[in-house]
Design a protein around this ligand. Structure first.
Ligand SMILES: [Zn+2]
Length: 329
């Protein structure tokens, strides 16, 4: 049996202690490393924790600052290259579409339990509403939870459809349930990790539909976008949600051979994604997340460049999206 679901409201309250975790009883070397990283992450989250907004408010508050905060005092003088701007700004266009959330029926009882739970929690309704209030689209993009036959999530450009597989949600639940301290709530972690993955796939949709240039390798770009949206949307929970997803990627990579999971095939290794996300979260708020600096989480050498790295990626994404932002965002 899988769920001892806590009914709504979902996230809120004490940050993903979830990640505190871990792995008591696990002996595999990879898991020990993941454990150290995740414990450190949890410490940082505790340190940075403020009262956390619930999902309903979280989804409505996406904001891209017109001028993202400058990086707080880089350790070394940062080479300032002007960010590239398009010679001609694309015209602002009329909003003609929305992300449209749906839940497919399944013959699998576990998937159906998820379907009922996801619907009742309205967690993703808030997230999708927030994104729709933020960015204009040329057409609708169905966002469908459904059976896939694999633990995966993807954007289908031919159908302009974003698919989140029930199998992925179940696998995340199992991953967190196995590696989370008993008093923690693996379901909350599962929702948060799925939320990050939704933003990641929404990034693929935006790049496709808005014909955006990726800010590097597309898979890395959309991880940047997911982290950027979570951090800048204006609630305290965002950075922790990004770190929670990073924890899932680290756990996954500890448990699976690279490439073994379809979701990973085109992506950086889980550990790399973990370090990247930790770097960007730290880079946005070095004081709040100073505890992330650790050889197993965010090596000091990498941390030095993180404020500049986050500043550049946030500027790039803010400029790329600016023509498509709705009034009032
Ligand atoms: Zn992807």
């Amino acid at each position: 049996m899988f769920l001892s679901f806590r009914r709504m409201p979902l996230p809120g309250g004490g940050l993903f202690l979830v990640v505190l975790i871990l792995l008591a009883g696990c002996t595999a070397q990879g898991l020990q490393k993941a454990s150290q990283a995740l414990e450190k992450t949890a410490d940082a989250l505790d340190q940075a924790a403020e009262p956390v907004a619930g999902p309903d408010s979280a989804g409505k508050m996406i904001r891209v600052p017109a001028t993202p905060n400058p990086p707080p005092t880089p350790v070394e003088p940062v080479e300032t290259k002007p960010l590239e701007t398009p010679a001609v700004e694309p015209p602002r266009f009329e909003d003609q579409g929305d992300f449209k959330l749906g839940y497919a029926e399944s013959s699998d009882p576990t998937a159906n339990e998820w379907m009922v739970y996801l619907k009742e929690s309205r967690h993703f309704e808030g997230i999708v509403d927030g994104l729709n209030a933020f960015v204009a689209l040329p057409r609708d993009v169905p966002v469908v939870f459904q059976d896939c036959g694999e633990a995966n999530a993807f954007y289908l450009p031919e159908e302009t459809t974003l698919v989140l597989c029930y199998e992925l949600v179940s696998e995340l639940q199992a991953l967190f349930a196995e590696n989370t301290a008993e008093e923690e709530d693996p379901t909350k972690s599962t929702l948060f990790a799925t939320e990050f993955i939704f933003y990641h796939e929404a990034g693929h949709a935006l790049i496709h539909l808005l014909d955006l240039p990726a800010t590097g390798r597309e898979e890395d770009s959309v991880d940047q976008l997911a982290t950027f949206l979570l951090i800048e949307r204006g609630d305290e929970a965002g950075p922790g949600i990004a770190l929670n997803a990073a924890a899932a990627f680290m756990l996954w990579s500890s448990l699976e051979e690279p490439g073994e999971l379809a979701f990973w095939d085109e992506h950086a290794l889980g550990q790399q994604r973990f370090y990247n996300i930790a770097c960007w979260v730290y880079g946005r708020n070095p004081e709040g997340f100073a505890n992330l600096i650790d050889d197993e989480v965010l090596p000091a050498e990498r941390a030095e460049s993180c404020p500049d790295e986050y500043y550049k990626l946030s500027m790039a994404w803010a400029r790329l999206l600016e023509p498509y932002l709705k009034e009032g965002t």
